[in-house]
Design a protein around this ligand. Structure first.
Ligand SMILES: [Zn+2]
Length: 317
């Protein structure tokens, strides 16, 4: 079955209408915030393109041979690529290599096996290194007939202007309230996490998709309570909580939840410019914590606690 994509209706309609008119651009660039559903949208566009019996609205039927193969990850004319997992180092590669792009382009240049069509979904395109980006550019200049390239990127400024200019640009906006509600409903989250989920998501369901694991959701809720009043928070309890839960809660959520509380505190705070400056600096250090943990192989809990202590003393001074 084709996953339901929420929001982004205008893009879906444009794609369907251009396909009906046989005027489909061969390369689409979907950009927008992380977690907004770009890759899911790209998958649904790929499904429409490869479907053998489109619905009246131009969507994939979900029933034909093509749709079934795509849903089973076995469609010979579809390829998805992005940042690779390095099994030896137990972490994701830093970038997308030129070798990956060349392999993908050679896949795209073959004629379709199941249909006359081929689709390449290039996720995390902003992670391409220079050589990879130049290889992609070459592929964009010489498209094969029947090929469709769907590029997903979070930060448009990190792509070569020459790549951007050769693609149909589509901005994926955060979901409106109605679509967001529907996304939350379809995730079937525990009721007690809903208010926090809405606040953290800000229109990007991907930010809180991990809440579908209720252990993560409940741990986040506890963390939210721990940091509710930062200047009076019990650091010892915080330390114990983190020691137990640091592997469960994604690091960016630990920071995001903390920042929610800090923002509330700051709204009530009347203070000097110099002091605000100091709070701002220590908050910046906290925001950099997830990346610093990886980059400098820090022990996550002590590094986090020390940054929180800095913020707390900045608030108190
Ligand atoms: Zn179909």
């Amino acid at each position: 079955m084709n996953k339901q994509v929420l929001g982004h209706d205008a893009i879906n309609q444009r794609f369907a209408s251009l396909m009906q008119q046989n005027k489909l651009p061969h390369a689409w660039l979907l950009h927008g915030l992380r977690g907004v559903g770009k890759a899911m949208l790209a998958q649904s566009l790929a499904a429409s393109y490869l479907c053998e019996s489109l619905t009246d609205t131009g969507h994939a039927c979900g029933q034909c041979h093509g749709c079934h193969m795509l849903a089973a990850d076995s469609h010979p004319d579809f390829m998805q690529m992005g940042i690779l997992w390095d099994e030896k180092k137990k972490k994701f590669n830093r970038d997308i290599s030129v070798g990956q792009v060349r392999d993908a382009l050679s896949f795209l240049s073959l004629s379709g096996m199941q249909s006359q069509r081929r689709v390449l979904l290039l996720d995390d395109a902003d992670a391409m290194n220079n050589q990879a980006a130049n290889a992609l550019l070459k592929g964009l200049e010489e498209p094969t007939s029947g090929s469709l390239l769907l590029i997903v990127c979070h930060d448009l400024t990190r792509l070569l202007a020459t790549i951007r200019s050769r693609c149909m640009l589509e901005h994926c906006s955060p979901l409106n309230e109605v679509d967001m509600q529907q996304a939350l409903t379809s995730m079937a989250l525990h009721e007690n996490i809903m208010p926090l989920a809405v606040e953290l998501a800000s229109g990007c369901p991907g930010h809180i998709a991990v809440f579908q694991d209720n252990d993560v959701a409940q741990a986040c809720l506890q963390w939210h309570k721990q940091v509710a009043d930062i200047s009076r928070a019990d650091i010892g309890a915080m330390n114990d909580f983190l020691a137990k839960n640091i592997q469960i809660i994604p690091h960016d959520l630990i920071v995001a939840i903390f920042m929610l509380s800090l923002q509330e505190t700051l709204q009530e705070l009347t203070t000097s410019y110099a002091k605000k400056e100091q709070i701002f600096k220590s908050a910046q250090a906290l925001l950099a914590w997830p990346a610093d943990v990886i980059r400098h192989s820090l022990r996550p809990v002590p590094a986090l606690i020390s940054r929180i202590l800095d913020i707390r003393s900045a608030l108190k001074d």
